[in-house]
Design a binder for this molecule. Sequence first.
Ligand SMILES: NC(=O)c1ccc[n+]([C@@H]2O[C@H](COP(=O)([O-])OP(=O)(O)OC[C@H]3O[C@@H](n4cnc5c(N)ncnc54)[C@H](OP(=O)(O)O)[C@@H]3O)[C@@H](O)[C@H]2O)c1
Length: 277
Amino acid sequence: MKAKSILITGCSSGIGLCAATILKDRGYRVFATARKESDVARLKSQGFESIKLDISDSASIKSAVDSILQLTNGTLDALFNNAGYLQAGAIEDLTRNMERAQFETNVFGPMELTRTVLPVMRKQGHGRIIQNSSILGIITMPYYGAYNASKFALEGFSNTLRQELYGSNIHIAIINPGPIVTHLRENAEQQYQQTIKQIPSSPFQKVYEQMEQVYFKRKEKTRIAKGPEAVVKPLIHALESARPQAHYYVGAPASVFAFLRRILPDCALDWVIRKIR
Ligand SMILES: NC(=O)c1ccc[n+]([C@@H]2O[C@H](COP(=O)([O-])OP(=O)(O)OC[C@H]3O[C@@H](n4cnc5c(N)ncnc54)[C@H](OP(=O)(O)O)[C@@H]3O)[C@@H](O)[C@H]2O)c1
């Protein structure tokens, strides 16, 4: 039987790399994409079919999808929109450029890539599109406003798409991980150093000092922070189940906060979030 094909974005590290590895071992034909040539070369040397794809660049999206379709005779069974990063910083300190960059990668890229593969899935009569959102697409946390907004936008887009594709045999699922140990925090720190850290004075200086000492430094698995394989389990369900779920919450914090979001008024949820920060 022909192996199922999947395009995964952001395979240089973290959840994308873990998903690519597990799915390849499971027999999928994985197109493990990354935005840097050096990562593409590394992935190829590890035995992956790897193609360069920068999700913030329309030409790169088109060229990557064209290359994949040439290799598959014009078919693609699944897309995992995984690539993303976190722009930290209080909303007062963000600039339009920081917000625009956050949305180009976390929202407009996945939207465009989804639209690019949809005609292929329609033609073949089936498809699975899985979005890597976050629990921060369901609840908000202070000082992550750009990221919160991007993941809420991805949720809105994906929920609408699910409604529009009802009955088409193309299924949309959203994964909402809680904390996962990946390179997300170190990439976020780099981004923060180049942006927010350059601001000469901010009313949030103390918050940033704490972020530098605690948030960016936490890199180990704990009872709360899971390894990236925790995200691959629901990903496999979303790919293989006859009835994929609309949302998959990964880890206890994500499930608890998704539940609290449903039952608590805003002021009570804000209080809980102030207490855990
Ligand atoms: N880790 C968590 O706690 C957590 C929780 C909830 C949701 N998520 C979501 O999970 C997804 C994967 O993140 P991760 O935790 O695995 O972090 P990660 O290790 O930093 O991986 C992020 C991946 O996205 C790629 N990427 C960033 N910008 C890109 C662009 N313009 N084009 C293509 N690829 C790009 C990165 O590539 P480079 O190496 O080139 O930067 C990297 O491969 C993200 O969407 C994130 O929001 C993570």
